[in-house]
Design a protein around this ligand. Sequence first.
Ligand code: ADP
Ligand code: ZN
Length: 707
Amino acid sequence: MDDKALEVLNTVFGYSEFRGAQSTIIQQLIAGKDAVVLMPTGGGKSLCYQIPAIVRDGCGIVISPLIALMQDQVGALQQLGVKAAYLNSTLDASEAADVENRLLAGQLDLLYVAPERMMTPTFLGLLEQADIALFAIDEAHCVSQWGHDFRPEYIQLSILHERFPQIPRIALTATADEPTRNEIISRLDLSQAGRFIASFDRPNICYRIAQSTGNAREALLRFILNDHENEAGIVYCLSRNKVEQTAEWLNSKGLTALPYHAGLPAKTRQKHQQRFLMEDGVIIVATIAFGMGIDKPDVRFVAHLNMPKSIEAYYQETGRAGRDGLPSDAWMMYGLQDVIKLRQMMDSSEADEQHKRVEQHKLQSMLGFCELTTCRRQGLLRYFGEQLDQPCGNCDTCLTPVETWDATVAAQKALSAVHRTGQRFGVNYLIDVLRGSENERLKYFGHDKLSVYGIGDDLDKQQWRSIFRQLIAHDLLSVDIEGHGNLRLTEACRPVLRGEQTLMLRKDSKQVKAARKGRKTFDTSKAKDSQLWEALRSCRKQLADQNNVPPYVIFHDATLAEMVERQPQNREQFSRVSGVGDSKLEKYADDFLAVILSHIEQTSPGKPDTAAESLRLFKSGMDIEAIAAQRNIKPSTVYSHMATCIEQGEIDLNEVVRLKDQELAAIQEAILATDDGHHKLKPVYEALDGMFEYEVLRCVQAAMSAA
Ligand code: ADP
Ligand code: ZN
């Protein structure tokens, strides 16, 4: 184990240990060897090249096709104190020249480059004069001509190996399938490289698919309010219209929801995306066009109001949730209409026969996935060729086992109704027949005379809709191509009709309510902790605005959550929180510590015995420093004990701190002027231009609340 790498992980990134194969991959590169890395989104790919680039001599060159992502990453690295820059079309000539000079002068650890620039003779020439640590080829699946993200320039990247045979290369992707993997290896000439293929499981994502029995929008709203209030999320809809309507409706319910689709002006899209990144708790309602190139780590939920066309699409879209590893939800609501619509779309597709068959198969798999009565995660991973031995315990079917029932007879009735009415009618009509409705149209066709008329009045409309949905999903019924939604029998239904096959169907829960209620991102059952959470979030937002970066670039949610849990009270303890490296400790510790300390004071004026002990020593004549030394605690802690005692009227302010009348008045005034009900000290501190220590301010504040 190279100590250097671990040290960089600790001091620069503020993390205590490597994850999964990270360490091995990093060693491989530091040793000058190549690597191919397949890891799911959020797996921690970036560190795999960032650390070796920092540890090795020279600059790491990162080829990345997504300009927005590049700026994001460089911004985040600079916050960590890493010498990083990028070269792409957004820079003007003099800015670009400046970056190139820094590269040649050996002043960069990491340089992000767009592929089209990489391949220019000028840039390759420049590289020959520079000291290069490694080449990282991000989004390496872009070499695949069969993939959706094909980039012709990526194919030329094989030149790197020819021109710079000594320099290690690492190719990374989150695309799982084997053909793509093989293409990366052969096209980039990486057959000698170490291969690192991680599991594609995203254990922090909880998969939930609810069967719609009515108003999906209402269900979505309840889901958001119950589980994700004030959190960032993406809601996917199929059409632009539905995007607009849904966003508007969510806004009318008091949420911040912004539409995003290809029909909006580029400026509006840009603005909405920016707000999503920079503000807390923004929901984007989008067509699938949104998400590519968005690297926001704290997306807490992805919701689908329409079913995706394949499991691949579902995995990719839901994968945008929870990159930071914290609990997140993939929530979907689907119903009979989705099934009918998608079936029609497939059947009427212009694609050639072979293509159509592939699409049909993918849709069929997706439908099957929705109707699963066993663990969703097992189903999902199985589809990608991975085996999960135990049910996961973190999906709807695991959390609330699905009840099934023997629906053979009901299915026979439904199928007979289709048959007897000539396979020319849609679901609603068929349900009318089954339930013996007094429908005029039905009488006109003489269908009230059929043997199936009224044989299904033991079930209500919703139950029948559920049955029809599942019959279509199981491919026992097909939908007409003309678009009327008429149902036909398929070959596969015969054994059921003839009574040769039992059919078990899922019992849809009556309520639209999703499977699980009230889980929060972290434990907010203790109200005071969630108060601290909110206070930390607003501190982070303030700093983000000041620095003009998204909040997560200051600290990730995981880091804030750890602050809530551990409540560090001094720099030393603060530095041990995961995600706090040297640079951020320097920049932000004081702000966050002030928030935490002020929170501790408000919520536990107790720790009474320890405060009492400090008070006893103080009254015996020791000063604060001496008490701290004797008790082996920080002076600031002793001060906070004193503040507690002042607040409880056990000691007077002027015994603890000596202030001139004018000074006291100034502090009191500042406290009153800045008070917003949260008793924050930072604004007071600032209002007084840092003239008084926090400890002093805290004691004055305590005296004021004692009064
Ligand atoms: P990917 O590029 O694979 O989607 P990232 O490199 O963005 O993933 O990493 C995902 C998240 O995990 C980031 O927030 C990153 O800071 C965090 N992370 C990566 N490695 C570690 C580690 N060893 N310890 C703690 N957090 C880590
Ligand atoms: Zn499960």
